[in-house]
Design a protein around this ligand. Structure first.
Ligand code: PMP
Length: 428
C-alpha cells in the first residue's frame, strides 16, 4: 500500500494542527502508523490521496448511513446553497426539521438545533440542572457524550483510546458533580442514587453504548433506569447522537420502548454536515431561552445547508431501508460468526442493526471492564491487516463499526474473505 502522499501530508499537518488531526481518534495513535489522507468518497468506499481504495466501515463515525456522496442529497444541498448559506435568522427549513424529529420520536415535543453532538449533550445537561436545581449527573464508565467538561470523566471513544479518561483542564469541582456507574449494572446506579438521593439532576446514557465498541443494553437495564430516575425525580437523558435514526426510524428509545425525558441527536440528522439537536417534553424544553431562563445559543444553529442534508437523508430512511440495514447487519454478523466458529478464534461479536463490533476477547462484553480485557495488540494487528487489504475499520477497539445501505452482500463477502486472511495472520 503506497502511503507516500499521506505520510508527507501527515508530517506537514503535525506542524500546524495538534497531533496532525482535528479530532484525536483520526490520528491512529493507538494502532500506530499513518492515517490515510482522504481525497474523496462514494457509496461504501473512500479513496486516499495515494490512490488507495477502501471499503469504509466508519462512515464519518455514523452520519453516512446512505453511503458517501449520495447524488440526490448532494443535488438538494447544491440547490439550497444557491439561496445563501447562513442567515442568522429563522427559516422554514428549521420547522421542517423539528417536525421530522418530533414525528419520528414520540418522546420529543419540542426540539432545539445545535451544531454538534457535543453541543447537544452540554445543552441537555445544563437544562436538566437548570430545571431540577440539582448539580450532579450520573454517567456510565466507557460512555462518550462529546467533549463537554462534565462528560470527560471515564469517557469512551478517543478519550479511552488515548488513555486520558480524565482530561487535564476539567476542574475538580466539575469532576465531583459527575458520578459514575457501570453500563448494564442497575445495582451500581441504585447505589449512587441511594448515596445522593436529592442531588442528582440527570442520568445520561448511550442507550446502546457505541463508544466502547458496541454494547447493547441487557435485560431491563434501560427500563430500570427509567424507573429509578422517576423514583428520585431525576431526568433520564438518552444520548442518541450515534443511535438516533440509525438503529430504528425513531432510534433506540423506539427499539427498547423506553421514554426518556430528554434526547440528544447528531450525525445522521446532518447527513454529513455539522449538526446536533436536543429535545424532549414540552414543559422541560420551554425552560430553554428565549422561552425560558436556561441559556443556549448558536450563530450557525439551524444552518440551512446542514438542515437540508439532514432532511434529505431522513427522507430516504424509509421503513424498508431500515429492514435492508438490518439484513445487511445480520449478513455481516453471520459471515463473521462462521469464521470465528470454524476456526475457534477467541473473539466475540455484538450488533444492533447497522452498528457492529468485533471484540478481541472470547467472553461476552457487557460493560467497560469487559472491553478493557480485550487483546489490543491483536486488534491493532487485525486493523492493519485489514487496512492493507483495503478495508477501513475504526482505528480502535473502543469504537463501533457502521454499515450503510451501500454495503452490499458482494462487498461484505469480499470483506469477510479479507477478514479471514487477516485473522489467520493475527492468530498464526
Ligand atoms: N454522543 C455520542 C454518543 C457520540 O457518539 C458522539 C460522537 N462520537 C458525541 C456525543 C459527540 O458528538 P460530536 O462529535 O458531533 O460533538
Amino acid at each position: 500500500m503506497d502511503q507516500t502522499k499521506s505520510k508527507a501530508l501527515f508530517t506537514k499537518a503535525c506542524d500546524v494542527i495538534p497531533g496532525g488531526v482535528n479530532s484525536p481518534v483520526r490520528a491512529f495513535k493507538s494502532v500506530g502508523g499513518t492515517p490515510p489522507f482522504i481525497s474523496h468518497a462514494k457509496g461504501a468506499h473512500i479513496f486516499d490521496v495515494d490512490g488507495n481504495k477502501y471499503v469504509d466501515f466508519i462512515g464519518s463515525w455514523g452520519p453516512m448511513i446512505l453511503g458517501h456522496a449520495n447524488d440526490e442529497v448532494l443535488g438538494e444541498i447544491a440547490r439550497v446553497m444557491e439561496k445563501g448559506t447562513s442567515f442568522g435568522a429563522p427559516t422554514e427549513l428549521e420547522i421542517t426539521m423539528a417536525e421530522a424529529i418530533i414525528e419520528r420520536v414520540p418522546a420529543v415535543d419540542v426540539v432545539r438545533l445545535v451544531n454538534s453532538g457535543t453541543e447537544a449533550t452540554m445543552s441537555a445537561i445544563r437544562l436538566a440542572r437548570g430545571v431540577t436545581k440539582r448539580d450532579k449527573c450520573i454517567k456510565f464508565n466507557g460512555c462518550y457524550h462529546g467533549h463537554g467538561d462534565s462528560f470527560l470523566i471515564a469517557a469512551g471513544s478517543g478519550a479511552t483510546t488515548l488513555g486520558i479518561p480524565n482530561s487535564p483542564g476539567v476542574t475538580k469541582a466539575t469532576a465531583q458533580d459527575t458520578l459514575l456507574a457501570n453500563f448494564n449494572d442497575i445495582e451500581s446506579v441504585k447505589e449512587v442514587f441511594e448515596k445522593y438521593p436529592e442531588d442528582i439532576a440527570c442520568v445520561i446514557v448511550e442507550p446502546i453504548a457505541g463508544n466502547m465498541g458496541c454494547i447493547p443494553p441487557q435485560d431491563n437495564f434501560l427500563q430500570d433506569l427509567r424507573t429509578l430516575c422517576s423514583k428520585y425525580n431525576a431526568l433520564l437523558i438518552f444520548d442518541e447522537v450515534m443511535t438516533g435514526f440509525r438503529v430504528a426510524r425513531g432510534g433506540a428509545n423506539e427499539l427498547y420502548g423506553v421514554d426518556p425525558d430528554l434526547l440528544c441527536f447528531g450525525k445522521v440528522i446532518g447527513g454529513g454536515l455539522p449538526i446536533g439537536a436536543y429535545g424532549g417534553k414540552r414543559d422541560l424544553m420551554n425552560h430553554v431561552a428565549p422561552a425560558g431562563p436556561v441559556y443556549q445559543a448558536g450563530t450557525l444553529s439551524g444552518n440551512p445547508v446542514a438542515v437540508t442534508a439532514g432532511l434529505e437523508t431522513l427522507k430516504r430512511l424509509t421503513p424498508e431501508v431500515y429492514e435492508t440495514l438490518e439484513e445487511i447487519g445480520g449478513y455481516m454478523q453471520s459471515k463473521l460468526h462462521d469464521i470465528i466458529t470454524k476456526n475457534g478464534y477467541p473473539l466475540s461479536q455484538t450488533r444492533v442493526g447497522s452498528m457492529v463490533c468485533l471484540f478481541f476477547t472470547p467472553n461476552e462484553v457487557r460493560n467497560f471492564a469487559d472491553v478493557q480485557k480485550c487483546d489490543l495488540e491483536k486488534f491493532n494487528l487485525f486493523f492493519h491487516e485489514m487496512l492493507k487489504q483495503g478495508v477501513y475499520l475504526a482505528p480502535s477497539q473502543f469504537e463501533a463499526g457502521f454499515l450503510g445501505i451501500c454495503h452490499t452482500k458482494e462487498i461484505i463477502d469480499e470483506v469477510a474473505e479479507k477478514a479471514q486472511k487477516a485473522l489467520s495472520v493475527v492468530f498464526s
